[in-house]
Design a protein around this ligand. Sequence first.
Ligand SMILES: CC(C)(COP(=O)(O)OP(=O)(O)OC[C@H]1O[C@@H](n2cnc3c(N)ncnc32)[C@H](O)[C@@H]1OP(=O)(O)O)[C@@H](O)C(=O)NCCC(=O)NCCS
Length: 160
Amino acid sequence: MEIRIVPMAFAHLDQVVEIDNRSFSIPWFRKMFFDELMNEHARYFVAIADEKTPVGYIGMHVVFDEAYVTNIAVSPDHRRLGIGKKLLSRILETCREMDVTSVTLEVRVSNEVAISLYRSFGFRPVGKRINYYRNPTEDAYIMLLDISDTDSKRFGKLRN
Ligand SMILES: CC(C)(COP(=O)(O)OP(=O)(O)OC[C@H]1O[C@@H](n2cnc3c(N)ncnc32)[C@H](O)[C@@H]1OP(=O)(O)O)[C@@H](O)C(=O)NCCC(=O)NCCS
């Protein structure tokens, strides 16, 4: 299966909402994705399988040199195929292009799969938000990736 990562567009919203519904106990409404596509601080991408079907998405907000990953989900039928990694790689590539130096996100403390994905990119837990999630109520880890000391510097040197 060929996977392409492209910027999210309004035409992808039906499938993105379906992926979200199948991935989270409290999914986002369509309007929330719609608003994100109108938000100048937001960058969203979808993974397209075989040139047609969206099978995953990721989003972030960027303010100055800080990024916050709002969400990532891959359709349950397409997990464990490296799509999550591709989506995260694309967002970190965009961070480098935008001279972002740190990236944060929140994740349920029990979500070992996502935590393992984030760790594989160098994110580390730096704090906890108590009872951050509902349905079920659960704490969140705050995870941070500091890219100022690694890739972005290298990228900066290459450009100078
Ligand atoms: C988290 C999620 C996006 C991962 O997507 P994916 O496409 O299945 O992930 P990948 O195939 O790219 O795997 C990347 C890494 O994640 C980890 N991982 C993925 N599936 C895993 C599993 N079942 N068990 C343990 N680790 C797993 C591994 O570290 C893996 O790297 P590896 O294959 O080299 O071992 C997907 O499981 C998902 O949509 N989950 C539901 C939504 C969610 O929890 N989002 C995170 C919100 S904070």
